[in-house]
Design a protein around this ligand. Structure first.
Ligand SMILES: [Fe+2]
Length: 332
């Protein structure tokens, strides 16, 4: 890690969090026919008829190069690294993650494509574990239970509490739904309460959009209403997601004040909305927090990335102010 990549962790400095999603890395050249005796066959047809032209590795590479010049403190990827959830895709995606950033700086959650058929995510998760695990991890559990019991995960990074949810479930052909489930909701409630008490800026990462109606019914988060009710009750400062492959900007009301819900386009798309990623600059102030959102988007082909929007959002929070206790989150 070079000096310029040293994350900023003191109480008054800004922290910069990068967010990208849905890179849909290219399929391997050869796929075992046995792996296609299910819904994946439709996915394979879709890849060769449409998706291969939409999600371009050279666009993703240009995004990564631009991201590295921006030197964010932390990086998040909100799912759909793969297309069919094949083990060979999991291995290729691991190589991509390794060259993006260290597991300490890079946190991911899975998407519906990573769980394309039953068991795909649970089997593949081990390949990515350093990048999705939290600061604490259930030591006893193994295999499927180890993955199922791991989420939500929590990483405390300076002033931030990065909380990752898994919404990745296998759904029938034609559907791309997600689900959080009661177990995760119960644990999330506790994590949000604890990190609120610690005065941290709580960022919730998930693949599917939180707010109903953001994407079509067949792509929805099945228990989104329950999750939104929980967030209203426990509070959160920022919710980030992917899945829609276009930019989304919503808000939800919580006990602590309004919280933005922000979706980022696909990191490799040359179709519809061009590839983009976000930089969230988070600064504590006397009213709570200032959140500056910058979108870096692919310019014309071969011309790199450029800033297309930058906006500042006040996140008013009584428990997060400098006045409350400027030093309490240091070394949290
Ligand atoms: Fe998705």
């Amino acid at each position: 890690m070079t000096m310029q990549h040293l994350p900023r962790t003191d109480a008054t400095a800004s922290t910069v969090l990068a967010h990208l999603s849905d890179p849909h890395l290219p399929l391997p050249a050869w796929i075992s026919p046995a792996a296609l005796l299910n819904k994946r066959l439709l996915g394979l047809l879709s890849w060769y008829t449409k998706r291969r032209a939409r999600y371009r590795p050279e666009t993703l590479q240009a995004l990564v190069e631009d991201l590295k010049t921006q030197a964010p403190d932390w990086i998040t990827v909100t799912g759909d690294l793969t297309n069919l959830g094949l083990e060979s895709e999991y291995r290729a995606a691991r190589r991509w993650l390794d060259q993006l950033a260290s597991p300490e700086r890079l946190m991911i959650v899975p998407g519906n494509h990573d769980a394309s058929v039953r068991g795909a995510w649970e089997r593949g998760a081990a390949h990515w574990e350093p990048f999705w695990r939290g600061d604490e991890h259930p030591a006893q559990a193994v295999g499927h239970d180890r993955v199922a019991n791991a989420f939500p995960v929590l990483r405390k990074r300076g002033q931030l509490a990065l909380i990752g949810l898994s919404t990745a479930i296998a759904s029938p052909a034609g559907l791309a739904v997600g689900k959080v489930g009661e177990q995760q909701l119960a644990r999330l409630s506790r994590l949000l309460g604890e990190t609120r008490e610690q005065g941290l800026f709580r960022v919730l990462l998930l693949h599917h959009p939180l707010v109903q109606g953001t994407v079509s019914h067949r792509k929805r988060l099945i228990d989104g209403a329950e999750l939104q009710a929980l967030l209203a009750h426990e509070g959160v400062e920022l919710v980030i997601h992917g899945h829609g492959h276009v930019s989304h900007s919503k808000e939800v009301e919580t006990r602590d004040g309004r919280a933005p819900v922000i979706g980022v386009p696909s990191a490799s798309s040359v179709h519809d909305e061009r590839a983009a990623y976000h930089l969230y600059r988070i600064t504590r102030n006397m009213a709570g927090w200032e959140l500056e959102v910058t979108a870096r988007r692919a310019a014309a082909p071969g011309q790199g990335f450029e800033t297309t929007t930058r906006r500042s959002l006040p996140i008013t929070r009584a428990h997060g102010t400098l006045e409350a206790d400027p030093r309490r989150s240091i070394n949290a």
